[in-house]
Write a protein that binds this ligand. Structure first.
Ligand code: NDP
Length: 460
């Protein structure tokens, strides 16, 4: 190690890179981190954190409506986008500063600039020269993907720009049916923007439980989002009336902004991976083993650039496991099973484990417990709002293998449910837990009747 300028060079100061760099530096290793943009990565700068602020901002519209049912007189609420943007940017700058200080306090050196590996032990940072390192960690994350050949595609923005729109549009068309599409649909709709979601599939959120997908679509429509399923952009035309999304199924949608949320791709451009012989997967992600090591002995990769589970806490845990293994002598690999996730749609979703379809495919016989009900909070509003709670249980072992919550606080609820489910809780053990009343979550431990999905009959 002593022959190198650094023991560890981390490329990318996002969630995974920063965790790994800090822990490695705290072990006494000499660590440098290169970042070409702002410290904090996608999550802090143009992802989870600003998104959550936007969700909070947009939810007030719904709260004002709910308040009326409880006797409040709410005047005509107005929303000031520039005021919100300024507050959001202030908080993001503060958090980015916290990340910088945490790195510095741990003793890691921060280098601003685009880094490129020129051989497995050498990194060149644009404008700063070359340094050598015993180990290199790639933690460059991902970037929005969009079709390159779609006529007029240049008129569409990605989520990156959605956080910085100079003004709130009157109408928006959002393409995609994944996390980002449904989250931004809820945000813009809540902020009073006429919102249309265009998705090619039969329902949003492919991979999630089918009841959850159907429920969310219904709820989004109830709140005023126009959801076009089985539809896809053929081209975008800029006209005097606005941007016209010409969809392949024949719809022509006029809007002021078109947001493409069609997935993300690993950010590997210009990293020098080929020069170092670092292998990629079929999807262009850096290929790693269970310890996040690439095929090149001294190079590792964590987070979205490896396209395993693209979630901030996963990147953090992968970065931590790398540091534990390589700098603390404790071989650790992160367990990617039973990772809970939340979708901050409106209503939000918390989900852990298998969908019913995946469980049936994997385990054969499963028992389903499902409850759809009006959350108490909406008892006075006269609306149609419903929450959905679903448990998927392996019939043979009685273990709960999936838990899905759509409704207020779904993401908060799922964090706690995930602990028990990851520990292998059985349905009888789960049911022996006394309810907390009156809550939405109590429904989770009071479902006794097996649910028979329509069409499956009693034999299911
Ligand atoms: P997703 O992969 O979740 O969704 C992409 C969507 O785009 C899918 O609905 C997909 O349809 C559709 N799509 C892909 N290609 C095309 C195409 N050529 N034409 C039309 N539609 C297309 O990506 P996101 O961008 O929403 O999010 C990226 C990742 O970021 C997520 O997977 C998640 O890991 C992470 N994330 C997590 C969040 C959270 O934790 N709350 C929030 C935001 C992002 P189909 O289903 O048919 O393939």
């Amino acid at each position: 190690m002593a022959d190198y300028d650094y023991d560890l060079f981390v490329i990318g100061a996002g969630s995974g890179g920063v965790r790994a760099a800090r822990l490695a530096a705290m072990s006494g290793a000499k660590v440098a981190v290169a970042e070409e943009h702002r410290v904090g990565g996608t999550c802090v700068i143009r992802g989870c954190v600003p998104k959550k602020f936007m969700v909070y901002a947009s939810e007030f519209a719904h709260h004002f409506e709910t308040a009326k049912g409880f006797g409040w007189t709410v005047g005509e609420p107005t929303f000031d986008w520039p005021v919100f943007l300024a507050e959001k940017d202030k908080e993001i700058a503060r958090l980015s500063g916290v990340y910088v200080r945490n790195l510095q306090n741990a003793g890691a050196e921060l280098i601003h600039g685009k880094a490129k590996m020129t051989d497995p032990h050498t990194v060149e940072v644009e404008g700063k020269g070359s340094v050598t390192a015993g180990k290199i960690l790639i933690a460059t994350g991902g970037q929005p993907w969009a079709p390159k050949d779609l006529p007029g595609g240049e008129h569409a923005i990605s989520s990156n720009e959605a956080f910085q729109l100079p003004e709130l549009p009157r109408r928006i068309v959002i393409a995609g049916g994944g996390y980002i599409a449904v989250e931004f649909a809820g945000i813009f709709n809540g902020l009073g923007v006429e919102t249309t979601l265009v998705h090619r599939g039969p329902n949003v959120l492919r991979g999630f439980d089918d009841d959850v997908r159907a429920h969310l679509t219904e709820e989004m429509e109830q709140r005023g989002i126009k959801v076009l399923l089985g539809a896809q952009h053929g081209s975008i035309e800029k006209t005097a009336e606005g941007l016209v999304s010409h969809c392949i199924d024949g719809h022509d949608l006029v809007s002021d902004v078109v947001l493409f949320a069609l997935g993300r791709e690993p950010y590997t451009e210009g990293l020098g991976l080929e020069a170092c012989g670092v292998a990629l997967t079929e999807t262009g992600a850096v290929k790693v083993d269970a310890f996040s090591r690439t095929n090149v002995e001294h190079i590792w990769a964590v987070g979205d650039v490896t396209d395993r589970i693209n979630l901030t806490p996963v990147a953090i845990r992968e970065g931590q496991a790398f540091a534990e293994t390589e700098f603390y002598g404790r071989p650790t690999s992160f367990d990617h099973e039973m990772v809970a996730s939340a979708v901050f749609s409106q209503p939000p979703i918390g989900s852990v484990g298998l969908s019913e379809a995946d469980a049936r495919h994997k385990l054969g016989k499963v028992d389903i417990y499902l409850s759809r009900f009006r959350p108490m909070k909406y008892a006075f509003t006269g609306g149609h709002e419903r929450a959905l709670i679903k448990l998927v249980v392996d019939a043979a072992s009685e273990r709960i293998v999936g838990c899905h919550v759509v409704g207020p606080d779904g993401p908060e609820i799922i964090q706690m449910a995930a602990i028990a489910i990851k520990m292998g809780v059985t349905k009888p053990q789960w049911d022996s837990t006394c309810a907390v009343h009156p809550t939405l979550a109590e429904e989770l431990v009071t479902m006794r009747e097996k649910y028979v999905p329509p069409g499956l009959g009693q034999a299911a």
